[in-house]
Design a protein around this ligand. Structure first.
Ligand code: SF4
Ligand code: SF4
Length: 478
């Protein structure tokens, strides 16, 4: 019976109605991807070794005595590439985040999800660590399916137990390292090495992190990329027809069809032999021949699989390759579309602004406020004083002695204690008495400026604050 062309088209497009890992009843379809082999997989393996080495040595790498990366949300202290950010630097942090998002948008518009396939921690740990261990213990896709289908016996129990013990051990290791990036290596090692009862909260946090990682890598897997990752969800707006992604060359591949030595293929048959190898290796269970899909993490496994098939049948490699839709459909290889040019201009402007703000950032942040609940003290007809609280944040990693100087007005400053030394990467508080002559003042609020100097007399900060004078100050001036 001849199928109606509309039905045929609807059937062909049906993959758009559901995701590959969920069946009609909404039940999870477990993916058993075949072990990939090939040049891209080898390159990804070597690159993953570099990334894993970076992840595990990262907490111990110091730049100018500071960690490579520290994201201490608890103490609101962040160090990126050895540069510390404090809550007072929130505007810089926000600008850095916006710059990063624009970079991601630009990068994705040009190169698609290349980050997901090559550098995302989820893919690196899943495909290069956990999946490899699974292949080692349970065998390739077919043996895994067989093992899961068989009733529980000694062999199955042993393999499953071994796999899950190793999985949890690695998840526990990742959990500990994750904590090092939050608390710093010294503090995390102290928590790890001392009995759990001494650091109950830290111990529970590590167990919770480990549990989450174990859950993700042993069970949740590709679902993290498909239904949770916001970056994945945004692909449809980030990509366009000029983006370079893992693509099936439909012009060359279609019309697909099996080949046989006994039969000459029809003249309109393309290079795709419909062997399904590209689908069998896919860790998200999709068929790349249907076009770019939200689930595709650009892992290149289908490229390797198809290249091996092309080698076997004596056809050129690259039926599945890194290419844009436009390059395949019309030979248009342009990547600098108006969209990309606009993103590049915005990104350049943001990077310039961020660099300028970072280099001109004050090493100190000073706050001087009149002490709550105080007014003024008239000492005599020539001296009126106000009391202030002083808070100085030292953003550097060495102690900073500071002095205060009244700017543009005669008067005296008296600091509680002899000298203020702000400890490294810390906050110091003190009290300051400012005494002024009434002849320089007007009734009520007067604006004054106090300069903050380092021990070499260089100005490191300047603060504007107010000085309160009595309403009848004109009488004192007589
Ligand atoms: S591996 Fe290549 S030849 Fe085989 S089905 Fe996929 S695209 Fe076609
Ligand atoms: S379609 Fe290819 S590149 Fe995309 S996830 Fe599947 S195997 Fe990886």
């Amino acid at each position: 019976m001849n199928q109606d062309p509309a039905d045929k088209q609807a059937q062909h497009e049906s993959f758009r109605d559901h995701i590959a890992t969920v069946d009609q009843k909404g039940k999870r379809i477990w993916i058993y991807p075949k072990k990939p082999k090939g040049a891209f997989y080898n390159a990804r393996t070597y690159f993953s070794w570099f990334l894993l080495a970076l992840f595990f040595t990262g907490p111990f790498i110091r730049i100018g005595g500071q960690p490579l990366l520290l994201l201490n949300f608890l103490e609101r202290k962040f160090v990126i590439l050895g540069v510390a950010f404090w809550p007072q630097d929130f505007h810089l942090f926000l600008l850095a985040m916006i710059t990063f998002v624009i970079f991601i948008v630009l990068f994705t518009a040009v190169f698609g999800r290349v980050f997901c396939g090559w550098a995302c921690p989820q893919t690196v740990f899943m495909e290069m660590v956990f999946r490899k261990i699974e292949y080692l213990i349970e065998g390739d896709a077919r043996q895994q399916k067989k093992l899961n289908a068989m009733p529980m016996n000694g062999e199955k129990f042993f393999k499953k137990l071994l796999k899950h013990v190793i999985f949890f051990t690695i998840a526990f290791l990742i959990g500990n390292w994750f904590m090092m990036y939050i608390l710093g290596s010294e503090k995390a090692i102290q928590i790890i090495s001392e009995p759990p009862s001494h650091h109950l909260a830290g111990f529970i946090a590590v167990l919770a992190f480990s549990g989450v990682f174990y859950f993700i890598f042993s069970w949740f897997r590709e679902q993290a990329c498909v239904i949770v990752c916001p970056y994945g969800r945004f692909q449809s707006v980030l990509l366009d027809k000029s983006s370079i992604v893992v693509s099936y060359d439909f012009k060359r591949g279609e019309k697909r069809g099996k080949i046989s030595k006994k039969k000459t293929p029809p003249p309109d048959q393309g290079d795709c032999v419909d062997c399904n190898q590209c689908v069998e290796v896919c860790p998200t269970g999709i068929d790349i021949r249907n076009g770019t899909q939200l689930e595709c993490v650009n892992c290149t496994a289908c490229m390797d699989a198809c290249n091996a098939v092309m080698d076997k049948i004596g056809k050129p490699r690259g039926l599945i390759k890194y290419a844009s839709y436009n390059a395949i459909a019309s030979g248009d290889h342009r990547v600098f579309t108006p969209r990309v040019i606009i993103y590049s201009i915005i990104l350049t402007a943001l990077i310039t602004l961020l660099t300028f703000l970072l280099f001109t950032r004050s090493p100190l942040e000073t706050t001087i406020l009149r002490a709550p609940g105080t007014l003024y003290t008239v000492q005599d007809s020539a001296h009126i004083s106000n009391i202030y609280t002083v808070e100085v944040v030292n953003k550097t990693f060495s102690p900073l002695p500071v002095h205060f100087k009244l700017e543009g007005m005669e008067g005296q400053l008296q600091l509680a204690g002899s000298q203020m030394v702000v400890p490294k990467a810390s906050i110091a508080k003190s009290a300051l008495i400012v005494t002024l002559n009434p002849k320089n003042l007007i009734p009520g609020r007067n604006n004054i400026e106090i300069k903050v100097l380092d021990d070499k007399g260089r100005e490191v900060d300047a603060v504007k604050t107010s000085f309160l004078a009595p309403e009848n100050i004109d009488e004192l001036k007589k």
